[in-house]
Design a protein around this ligand. Structure first.
Ligand SMILES: O=C(O)c1ccccc1NCC(=O)[C@H](O)[C@H](O)COP(=O)(O)O
Length: 408
């Protein structure tokens, strides 16, 4: 049985509602609207209506219907504290809507129900719907959101800002890639220090990050990528700091799931020279503003994309100098190195060349043929983890991967 809930928090006509409502509801204008009643009816599956009632939300009382068929909330009935919570909740939802409109499917945190007294009509979720991450990337992001909140409490931005003055200077990540490419005429190597990953589990039991980093440097890596996520990759900021303090000269990429600007400051303080910004997670405006912060901090931003839509978004953002094409779908784990070629074909490739952007081919590279394939597609650098970190001797692993010694 369907129920009818004619509610609206702000003035809106049936027509405006009809354009914003989600398809699983049906809206019909009432043929004979009565005074003081909205001129439309909204049919909602009864299960959704039940979840609305189960949450104890007011149904009609704070809403006043108008002659034109719209309805307004009588805000005077909402306690001040709740009104603030409602505003915060609506602001979050607004951000989510922007992200969705840019094609971002990863939600920043589990959706919460509206606060008490919220009377918006069209957001009645089925109970429990949406509170489970849709894929591993979303799970990582939800976990990161909590983790960053805790870390920020211990080290607020004001503290990090002070530490910046004693942090070692950054090294030129992009310059190191360009220099290596012109020296070897092969894609510059960003070698990844990674103990484990969600898709492959533990890659190396005897994992000594500093030893691995030094072995990569001896093998001719231009830069290193250091996983700092603990829960899913068994990495840490201690590893990043230790590699930096051990005198490794290769510039270091902090391989993190950045969702907040605070993390950029933290990475910088811990010795990073570059940070990863993942387009599948970050809306355009966040990328734009984080790139500016990176510049202020002397960090290089590696902006990672996986599909055409993300590439087009990133190509529209000013200040992007380094783009990584991940051959791994971070939601499904599927790896396909032809993804690099696909994203560099035609007009996109031309725009990238015109803008002088350096492209990094990331993930799933195991053989000299793989390196040649992505080089042919147009990359000037590669990011390699598994195939090197698993080698008993990672220095030798680099020569095998490139089919020659690239250290001199
Ligand atoms: O590798 C994963 O399982 C993974 C899962 C979810 C998010 C990110 C993930 N990996 C990050 C990377 O893409 C790789 O560490 C990096 O590109 C190197 O890839 P590979 O050479 O295949 O180890």
């Amino acid at each position: 049985m369907d129920s009818v809930i004619p509610l609206r928090t702000t003035t809106a006509t049936a027509a405006t509602v009809a354009t914003t409502v989600r398809p699983r509801f049906s809206i019909q204008p009432l043929s004979n609207p009565r005074p003081n009643k909205p001129a439309f009816s909204l049919s909602v599956p009864s299960s959704i209506f039940m979840s609305h009632r189960a949450r104890n939300l007011p149904q009609c009382s704070p809403v006043r219907a108008q002659q034109d068929g719209s309805a307004v909330a009588s805000e005077s009935t909402i306690p001040e504290g709740d009104a603030l919570k409602i505003k915060e909740w609506e602001a979050e939802r607004f951000k989510d809507e922007i992200a969705t409109s840019e094609g971002i499917r990863i939600r920043r945190r589990p959706p919460s129900g509206p606060p008490l007294h919220y009377v918006g009509p069209f957001e009645f979720r089925l109970q429990n719907e949406g509170n489970t991450p849709r894929n591993i990337l979303e799970e990582i992001v939800w976990n990161k959101d909590k983790e960053v909140a805790q870390m920020k409490e211990k080290r607020p931005l004001i503290v990090l800002n002070k530490l910046l003055s004693s942090a070692p200077p950054t090294r030129d990540f992009l310059g190191a890639l360009k220099e290596s490419y012109s020296r070897t005429e092969l894609p510059a190597l960003i070698a990844e220090v990674k103990k484990a990953s969600p898709s492959r589990g533990v890659l190396r039991e005897d994992f000594n990050p500093v030893e691995i980093a030094k072995a990569y440097e001896r093998g001719g890596a231009a830069c290193l990528s250091v996983l700092t996520d603990k829960k899913y990759f068994q990495g840490s900021f201690e590893n990043l700091e230790a590699i930096r303090n051990a005198g490794v000269e290769c510039p270091l990429l902090c391989k993190e799931f950045v969702i907040e600007a605070w993390q950029l400051y933290y990475a910088r303080v811990k010795g990073a020279d570059a940070v990863l910004l993942i387009a599948a997670i970050l809306p355009d405006l966040d990328i734009k503003y984080m790139i500016k912060i990176c510049k202020l901090l002397g960090l290089t931003a590696l902006v990672e994309v996986h599909d055409e839509r993300e590439m087009d978004r990133v190509l529209g953002i000013d200040g992007v100098e380094l783009i990584g094409i991940n051959n791994r779908d971070l939601g499904t784990f599927k790896v396909d190195i032809s993804n690099t070629k696909k994203l560099l074909e035609g007009e996109r490739g031309e725009r990238i060349r015109e803008k002088g952007i350096i492209v990094v081919g990331e993930s799933g590279l195991f053989t000299p043929a793989d390196i040649a394939y992505v080089q042919e597609a147009g990359v000037k650098a590669v990011l390699v983890g598994e195939s090197l970190v698993k080698q008993p001797d990672p220095t030798k692993g680099i020569s095998e991967l490139f089919g020659k010694d690239i250290s001199c």
